[in-house]
Design a protein around this ligand. Structure first.
Ligand SMILES: [Zn+2]
Length: 230
């Protein structure tokens, strides 16, 4: 029995240490702190002082093998100029990123967000559009004869273009484009609440916060804005 114990204890200690190394649990991050981390990271990006290399080191990777606890969900555009991990200076395990052309929310996007907020503990959902968005421009220029798959994107963004046309009078094409980008973010954010009872209940309880934002492809800044339609 003594022999067994001597063998067992070191083995147990090794297993516990190994398991601890592989199951590092990040503490829950509240929505305000999550937003601050994102905006601080964006300032590092703009200042050309990225720390991504350190936050994606092998030790970090190994610490995430057993699970992930990303504190923020980012719904953003697939545009190659808008990679969330880079513009927020974030490494492995920090962001749960969903990207499509035009940062639009369909059932698959909603289900992905629901998974993150319900099972991974993400407390912040940022819906982020960007200047010079090609998907919004394509919708502004749409003829109604688009192929079905691109047509599905245009159809989803069209309500934002209609709202922008009502708001921007005259021939202000730049203003119309900017307004359509803005409304498109807000409509996506709104659909998270109107089409996902789970997200709505978590937002109502204060466990999750939705933030609307826009990224400027020229100066690299991310600016938050109200998600209210106006
Ligand atoms: Zn875009």
């Amino acid at each position: 029995m003594k022999v067994k114990t001597r063998i067992f204890l070191p083995t147990l200690a090794f297993l516990l240490l190994t398991t601890a190394a592989l199951t590092f649990e990040a503490p829950w991050v509240d929505p305000d702190t999550a937003l601050k981390k994102l905006l601080d990271g964006n300032r590092s990006f703009v200042a050309n002082k990225l720390t991504i290399k350190e936050s994606s080191a092998p030790t970090k990777r190994l610490g995430l093998v057993a699970g992930q606890h990303p504190y923020a969900v980012i719904l953003s555009c697939s545009d190659s100029r808008v990679p969330p991990e880079i513009i927020f200076d974030k490494g492995l395990g920090e962001l749960f990123v969903i990207r499509d052309a035009g940062n639009i929310a369909d059932p698959i996007v909603l289900g992905s967000i629901e998974y993150a907020v319900e099972h991974l503990g993400s407390s912040l959902i940022m819906v982020m559009g960007h200047t010079r968005c090609g998907a919004v421009k394509a919708t502004l220029d749409a003829t109604g004869h688009e192929d079905p798959n691109v047509g599905a994107i245009v159809k989803k963004i069209s309500p934002a273009v209609q709202l922008a046309r009502k708001k921007i009078k005259g021939n202000d094409q730049a203003g119309l484009y900017a307004s359509a980008i803005n409304f498109n973010v807000k409509l996506s954010a709104q659909s998270l609440l109107s089409e996902s009872p789970l997200i709505r209940s978590l937002v109502d309880s204060g466990k999750v916060r939705i933030v609307c934002a826009e990224y400027d492809v020229q100066d690299g800044t991310v600016k938050t804005m109200s998600c209210k339609m106006k």
